[in-house]
Design a protein around this ligand. Structure first.
Ligand code: FUL
Length: 690
């Protein structure tokens, strides 16, 4: 009897609630939809990556695993500085390389001696993970870990025993350091290594070896709110490149079951997601603020420029992806000052771009239809995901119009879907009216997702219309805004010919350009550019643009010019051989002999060489392991360096190798191992001289 009464009261109560409900029923979700932990993660948008480990001290990108643990010795480790920098930049947390491919562990793990326990740092008593986690928590920021599945140090790598070691490492990280927001698994794995002294190649079946499902279960058990990152997710996926760019069309839906970490065709086939993907696995764009992931002193002046960082920002966060920006922590154990300067330029510019949204009032807004109460178009005015406009079911070409009455000026358009109900929009147009009644299309796009930002030319309009042409189900828009971003004065573009002649190119007419060749500040000591000039010897070229109208300078650009290739000759000339010494990284030479020999035209004291791999979208013949030889007479050769170009497949940046000084006139670079069976490819070769 009591049960019946309770049931009756509950029924009356629910009836009252539904009568008083302020809104109509929401649209049906369109699968797949995000899990709560993914929705929380989606709010973070911008967070830091820290590559800090053994490679920092050995000047490597990929260590072999035979490094002496004593070498790990930061002189002024300061995680509080990292946390302050990230906080000031509006980044929401950090992910640190707890263990990279060389196997060195930044915490005193019980699983191996190859860790901070045997470092010189703090006489083996330190714990980097603990200190970084605490410093970030103190600033109210999140903490995550990168744990490389590939371990080039561990003797059991490749055998089933290693999987237990790997899981134990994960358990330690997920148990002893408080809340973890993201666990990062790298797709790069298997290959040559030290492996406890075996010094051999160990390939693994990437599909089966790691038995990922059981590893994921450990994470779910120990850190249920952490998202798991990998090529195949399961929660967050790799964007498929290391430039920090998502795609014009970027779905958060992914055919997750067709993918495994490290699959070769991943970037081409899956990285942009799929409209009909079965699972919600949004993209995360990872990129380093410098060319390399790890700190190299010679990259102190290669920190990305503001225009490069802005492209990254708009092409990641503005394209339905999060941005994981890497700091190669330096040998002191700090974020380098140059990196901070560039980061803050980005942050200030982004702030300026989005500082003042063009005010939109309810009266300015109308929509082609709405689902009804609670889903009206004015819901787009605030940034809350759960307040959104939903078009009427079945409405085709649903649109939102903003009528300002008077013309407004804008050059940024920001739009967001309510992704909690699934990603829906497949194509849209943006049109404007100015004065007359006819609509002019100023942009069109495909996916929107969590956030889409369009950078537009300066536009004036009285009316603006967003039309959604195609969507999976009725579209939902949770936020829409327009901004007028201040214009950016860009530095000159620098190019050099084989002859050593250098040209500067201006981004717009009417700008002056100044340069120096000794590293001095071009704004103060620069020579006014009036045409090509010759630079034959190595030099540091710094250049800057100046807008005389507003008396403002761009930020400077800096290029390390190497010895000019004016008198160089390729000794085994096949067709196109000159491409490798034409000082243009966009032209390539392919050698069927897998080697190139060059006459430098005179004898020099060499102390290193550079190899610029091809920059094409589809890479072929990239050199993975090399041998570099020199000769005085072109007859007798001496090998001065041999090794590997770590991470060249994912990050085809200029590779720089130093060796002990030696006099030579002839050089030879041989490919010992390549990424595929194609002829070895070369965009450029250079030499470093004393
Ligand atoms: C890659 C690694 O091989 C690089 O060294 C770096 O850690 C990057 C984030 O992921 O796959």
């Amino acid at each position: 009897m009591k049960a019946n009464k309770d049931y009756f009261l509950a029924f009356i109560f629910s009836l009252l609630v539904s009568c008083a409900a302020p809104q109509d029923s929401p649209p049906e979700p369109v699968d797949p939809v995000p899990h709560a932990r993914q929705l929380d993660w989606q709010q973070l948008e911008f967070y830091a990556f820290a590559h800090f480990n053994m490679n920092t001290f050995t000047n490597m990108e990929w260590g072999m695993g035979n490094e002496d643990p004593a070498l790990f010795n930061p002189t002024d480790f300061d995680p509080a500085q990292w946390a302050r920098v990230c906080k000031a930049a509006g980044m929401k947390g950090i992910i640190i390389t707890a263990k990279h491919h060389d196997g060195f562990c930044l915490w005193p793990t019980s699983t191996t001696e190859h860790s901070v326990k045997n470092a010189s740092w703090k006489e083996g008593k330190g714990d980097i993970i603990k200190e970084v986690a605490e410093a970030f928590r103190k600033e109210g920021l999140k903490f995550g870990v990168y744990l490389s599945p590939w371990d080039r140090n561990h003797p059991d790598y490749g055998k089933p025993e290693y999987i237990e070691v790997f899981r134990q490492q994960l358990r330690e990280l997920l148990t002893n350091y408080g809340e973890i927001f993201e666990v990062w698994f790298d797709g790069a794995n298997g290959g040559t290594g030290y492996y406890g002294g075996a010094n051999e190649e160990r390939r693994v079946d990437k599909k089966t070896y790691y038995d990922w499902q059981n590893t994921y279960a450990i994470i779910r058990e120990l850190q249920p709110n952490a998202v798991i990152f990998g090529d195949a997710g399961p929660d967050v996926r790799w964007v498929g490149n290391e430039h920090g760019y998502a795609y014009e069309t970027t779905w958060s839906n992914l055919m997750r079951d067709s993918i495994y970490g490290g699959m070769p065709e991943y970037a081409e086939k899956y990285a942009s997601g799929q409209e009909n993907g079965t699972h919600w696995v949004p993209a995360e764009a990872d990129v380093s603020i410098r060319p390399g992931w790890y700190y190299h002193e010679y990259e102190d002046h290669k920190v990305k420029s503001l225009p490069q960082l802005l492209d990254i920002y708009y092409n990641s966060i503005g394209r339905n992806s999060s941005l994981l920006l890497n700091f190669p922590i330096d040998k002191r154990g700090k974020i380098h000052e140059n990196d901070i300067d560039q980061l803050m330029k980005l942050v200030d510019k982004v702030k300026a771009d989005f500082e003042s949204p063009i005010p939109i009032e309810e009266d300015n807004l109308s929509a082609s239809s709405s689902r009804g109460k609670g889903f009206e178009v004015m819901q787009i005015l605030d940034e809350r995901l759960d307040r959104y406009w939903a078009a009427e079911e079945g409405q085709s070409n649903a649109s939102i119009t903003i009528d300002f009455g008077d013309p407004v000026a804008f050059n940024r358009f920001l739009v967001q879907e309510n992704i909690a109900l699934g990603q829906r929009v497949k194509s849209f147009d943006l049109e404007v009216q100015q004065g007359s009644d006819s609509w002019e299309k100023i942009a069109s796009g495909t996916t929107i997702g969590s956030k889409r930002i369009l950078r537009l030319p300066d536009t004036r309009a009285t009316r603006i219309r967003l039309t959604i042409h195609e969507a999976k189900g009725s579209p939902t828009i949770s936020h829409l805004a327009l901004y007028q971003a201040p214009s950016l004065l860009l530095p000159p573009q620098i190019s050099r010919e084989k002859s050593g002649m250098v040209s500067l190119q201006s981004s717009e007419e009417g700008l002056e350009m100044y340069y120096t060749l000794d590293g001095a500040d071009p704004a103060r000591q620069g020579i006014l550019y009036s045409g090509k000039f010759e630079v034959l010897e190595p030099a540091t070229l710094r250049a800057i643009s100046r807008d005389p109208k507003v008396e403002a300078f761009s930020e400077p650009v800096e290029v390390e010019l190497q010895l000019a290739k004016k008198n160089w000759k390729v000794m085994d000339p096949e067709e196109d051989a000159n491409h490798l010494i034409d000082d243009n990284a966009n032209t390539n030479y392919f050698s069927k002999k897998d080697k190139v020999t060059i006459d430098l035209g005179a004898t020099y004291t060499l102390n290193g060489f550079t190899y610029f791999p091809m920059q094409n979208r589809y890479l072929s013949g990239l050199i993975r392991s090399y041998s570099f030889l020199v000769s005085k007479d072109g007859d007798r050769w001496e090998e001065v360096s041999t090794g590997e170009f770590g991470n060249i497949a994912n990050s085809p940046i200029e590779q720089r190798v130093s060796f002990s000084t030696i006099e030579a006139r002839y050089i030879q670079l041989k490919a010992l191992d390549k990424l595929d069976d194609q002829p070895a490819s070369f965009a450029e070769i250079g030499v470093l001289i004393d």
